[in-house]
Design a protein around this ligand. Sequence first.
Ligand SMILES: Cc1ncc(COP(=O)(O)O)c(C=O)c1O
Length: 491
Amino acid sequence: MQYTSVENNSASASKKNTQMAQVSGISATDKLAILGGTPVRTEPYPQWPVVDRRDVEAVTTVIQSGRWGGAPYPGPQTLAFAKQFTAMQGGDFAVPMVNGTVTMEVALRAVNIGWGDEVIVPAYTFQATAGAPMAAGAIPVIVDIDPNTYCINPVAIEAAITAKTRAIIPVHLGAQMADMDAIMAIAKHHNLIVIEDCAHAHGAQWNGQGAGTIGHFGSFSFQSSKILTTGEGGVLLCRTQELADRAASIINCGRPPVLEEQTSMQGGNNLSQLLYELAKLGNQEQVFTLGTNYRMTEIQAALGNVALERFPEQVAQREAMVNYLEKRLGEVPGVRLLKHDPRHSKRSFYRYIFAIEPKVFGANHDQVCLALYTEGIPCWAGYPAMHRYDLFQPQLSRLPVPSAFPQYFDFKAMSFPEAERASEGEAIWLDESVFRAGQQGIDDVITAIAKIQSNTAALAVANTVKKLAVKSMQFKPVKALMDFYISQSNK
Ligand SMILES: Cc1ncc(COP(=O)(O)O)c(C=O)c1O
């Protein structure tokens, strides 16, 4: 394993701590906000999502039109959204859906991947990446991540391939991209389908090619926290018209995709509605495949069309601020920046993830994160490693796949050292809003981290307090106990 800039020598770390503290105008006596001191930042970071009158007008127009839902599919707003999304992200065939989980399930079903097939997923991601294969009847096979990017490790993929392997779902995590060159080479060699989970990668590019257009499918989420949001929503980018047709049919109750597409293309609202009704009256609603209703609504699509207008400027703004942050963050002792692979030619930031060295900080990432949060910096300690999730365990979930194939879900016997290191010790995820608050927003992040570093001893006490406080919630007086520990930390 290679780290880029881990500081292990505690003597030199504490010297650097002092330097850092001086640079930031923070002294070791400044009390941490978590211990009742003044937070570095009291002004809130900008809210998400950004809203203006365009959103209100777009939704009002849809509401007044009476055409709210997704049928006949795709409606005019949804069709426009699909076109504008591909114009921004690349790729030719986009199928809008209800969210960025079913997109992956539908991709698998569109290529007949199902019961008992193995799908390789990374050990560090949101549960949906493994949940979607299970919804299609397939078995998620978890593999470890690359510590330099926290994305799936191609060497681990190769090692996990069996005769039953049918697909790989790499996740472009936070603001990183998985090594798509290596993954596509493996997929070609073993004849596997690649579904890029791009829930965090709107606007990102690899070798000049949009995320989600390199694999056979690209899955995007527009859930509320995502940097392109429609409240809830998703798009599946498909490499061919045939795949897009199958996906469009699966999400539209199995209806033939061509009829639906033609009706919407020909005349928008009234004509398509009329043709749809006529088809129904004539009992011509043939079933193309077994499907369900995963259609995006017109209201969601209208919000997406407005969000796309703002999107390029927001991406550029975050990128400028990340560049500013990276110049200074890497100098903080005990902080390791993830690597920026030059093939990742355009970065886009959903969450900015960096690693701390717990030994140097004297605290684990969740403790540092809590202290950082209390200093006024929106952040998160990230996902648990996939094998720590309870919900896939056969005896708990009673889902068909874990129940039928329990040998794949013996999580206690599994070990993914890099995912564990990230999720249980190192990773800190900064919110995207941090990068929309100008240089001051970034300066505050650096100051807060330096302050925490200068107070590692106090942080340890704060953590003891927190643990005791949590344990003592049932008992009174918790406040007195906390006051006692805080007074000890000030001695
Ligand atoms: C990596 C990843 N994949 C998939 C999803 C699922 O997206 P949705 O919530 O739209 O179903 C998310 C959502 O948070 C995600 O973070």
